[in-house]
Design a protein around this ligand. Structure first.
Ligand code: NAD
Ligand code: DAU
Length: 356
């Protein structure tokens, strides 16, 4: 038996592949386009391991996907591949439409044909798990209850709108064609191998480089944070026991304003790698112009996943964020290598014109 993972050289996909190989003898075919967010160095510990078959390519390349399905006959597909950064979707939405909507559609079409031709028993056991986000539900006010799986879709950024569209396509392939799909909608992940364009790794990397820590607006936007390994365990559990056609919210029960997150990262760095001049990292915080259309609050109600499938996160925010900061301090090579010219150009584009 084999599974096909898409986007398995990115942050969550690579953590998923590494954990899968560590815990199972079942091979993984890993299809990834290696955009700026995909990084084979993250998977270097799997070099020479025959259970990891890396394929450089696009989920929208129908011929390639059909060939992979034919050759490897996967029993399941876990679809992580996406453009994932909200700020990039604001500067240039087209790639998000291309991968998140058109790419998912083409992948679904190839999978539908493959699944439809499987012998009956394998057809019944097959699963297509689509990894999505809490951002499709829109923004909450301070006192509204957390998102449940039946919350209306109200995406506000080109990123979340493209993910919402992909969720709808996945749903429709189950409803119309009977494709055995599962969808997970997860909150903000953090942990090892997180590309430093996102809040937590950006703050760690900038703090250590003595640069400003750019907090958008008033820093009081709230996100729910989940350690990436917990997201991976939730996906494994849903793949194993989720009800076909169902949606599962995944979250960490850990809502925090951005400013609190930044202060916690700074305090950990003060403890683990104090500044040579004796100053505190929090003194590097700089308030900058807000993200356009910035969602104020996300909160995830993950009780369905706990009630029906017995999943709960293993890490608290305190244990997870400490592991994360320690990981960045001990993996300077990885951190240096991802800050390429392309990365520096992005930083200039996103932060250059942002007044304090
Ligand atoms: P990421 O940006 O770190 O990685 C995305 C990966 O997909 C990269 O390796 C990239 O090369 C690959 N990719 C992009 N376009 C592709 C294409 N057309 N074909 C094949 N591969 C392609 O993203 P991430 O943070 O790991 O997120 C993974 C998934 O989880 C995404 O679908 C995202 O929407 C979802 N998600 C992310 C979070 C989060 O906090 N990061 C939370 C909830 C859901
Ligand atoms: O909620 C799940 C989503 O979480 C995923 O679907 C996305 O793929 C993932 O990127 C993440 O989206 P966010 O926009 O919430 O993550 P980001 O790390 O970009 O920002 C987190 C919060 O921090 C957000 O309110 C914006 C703010 N922020 C971010 C950056 C990069 C800042 O204040 N300053 C920054 O420099």
């Amino acid at each position: 038996m084999t599974i096909l993972v898409t986007g398995g050289a990115g942050f969550i996909g690579a953590n998923f592949v590494l954990d899968w190989i560590a815990g199972s003898s079942e091979p993984v075919v890993n299809l990834d386009k290696l955009t700026y967010a995909g990084n084979l160095q993250t998977l270097s510990s799997l070099e020479g391991d025959e259970r990891h078959i890396f394929v450089h390519g696009d989920i929208g390349d129908t011929d390639l996907v059909q060939r992979l399905l034919r050759e490897h006959q996967p029993r399941a597909i876990v679809n992580f591949a996406a453009e994932s950064h909200v700020d990039r979707s604001i500067h240039g939405p087209e790639d998000f439409i291309e991968t998140n909507i058109v790419g998912t559609f083409r992948l679904l079409e190839a999978v539908r044909a493959y699944w439809g031709a499987l012998p009956e028993q394998q057809r019944g056991a097959f699963r297509f798990l689509h990894v999505s986000t809490d951002e499709v539900y829109g923004s909450l006010s301070a006192d509204e209850p957390a998102f449940t799986e039946t919350h209306p879709y109200q995406p506000n950024s080109p990123y979340s709108a493209s993910k919402a569209a992909s969720d709808h396509l996945v749903r429709s392939y189950h409803h119309t064609y009977g494709l055995p799909v599962l969808t997970t909608n997860c909150s903000n992940n953090y942990g090892p191998f997180h590309f430093p364009e996102k809040l937590i790794p950006l703050m760690i990397v900038n703090a250590l480089a003595g640069k400003a820590l750019p907090v958008y607006g008033d820093g009081q936007q709230i996100r729910d944070w989940l350690y990436v390994k917990d997201h991976c365990s939730a996906i494994r559990r849903v793949l194993e026991a989720g009800q076909v056609g169902e949606v599962y919210n995944v979250g960490g029960w850990n809502e925090k304003p951005n400013l609190d997150i930044v202060h916690r990262v700074c305090a950990l760095l003060d403890e683990l790698r104090p500044r040579p001049d004796g100053m505190r990292y929090a003194e590097q915080i700089a308030y900058v112009t807000d993200r356009p259309g910035h969602d104020r609050r996300y909160a995830i109600d993950a009780r369905k996943l706990e009630r029906e499938l017995g999943w709960k996160p293993a890490e608290t925010f305190e244990t997870g964020i400490r592991k994360t900061v320690e990981w960045y301090l001990s993996n300077q090579d990885w951190v240096d290598n991802v800050q390429s010219g392309g990365y520096r150009a992005w930083v200039e584009k996103n932060y250059g014109g942002r007044s304090a």
